[in-house]
Write a protein that binds this ligand. Structure first.
Ligand SMILES: [Zn+2]
Length: 91
């Protein structure tokens, strides 16, 4: 997977994005996931998870990516609003 989707910019090179940690485990088939205030290390059993990425070399927006770890397929991409970044200090 050499490309990633940004809600602002469309499909861009994956090298423009920086992985910033795991948000929470997402239930398979669910649109919702628990938000945790800090990135956590995923347990080995986790199959689908929400991750926080930033389009560092593009629009500099935070995005949430729901990804299936078994095949690394990106299932959904969401824009992260600043108000969602509670507990993150000045991020
Ligand atoms: Zn972007």
């Amino acid at each position: 997977m050499n490309q990633m989707f940004c809600p602002n910019c469309g499909h861009c090179r994956k090298s423009e994005f920086v992985f910033c940690g795991v948000i929470a485990q997402a239930a398979a088939g669910s649109d919702t996931a628990l938000w945790e205030s800090r990135p956590v290390t995923p347990p080995r059993a986790m199959k689908v998870r929400d991750e926080r990425w930033i389009h560092q070399y593009g629009c500099a927006q935070w995005i949430r990516v729901t990804r299936d770890l078994r095949n690394k397929e990106v299932l959904k991409v969401y824009r992260i609003e600043r108000s969602e970044m509670r507990g993150e200090g000045d991020l």
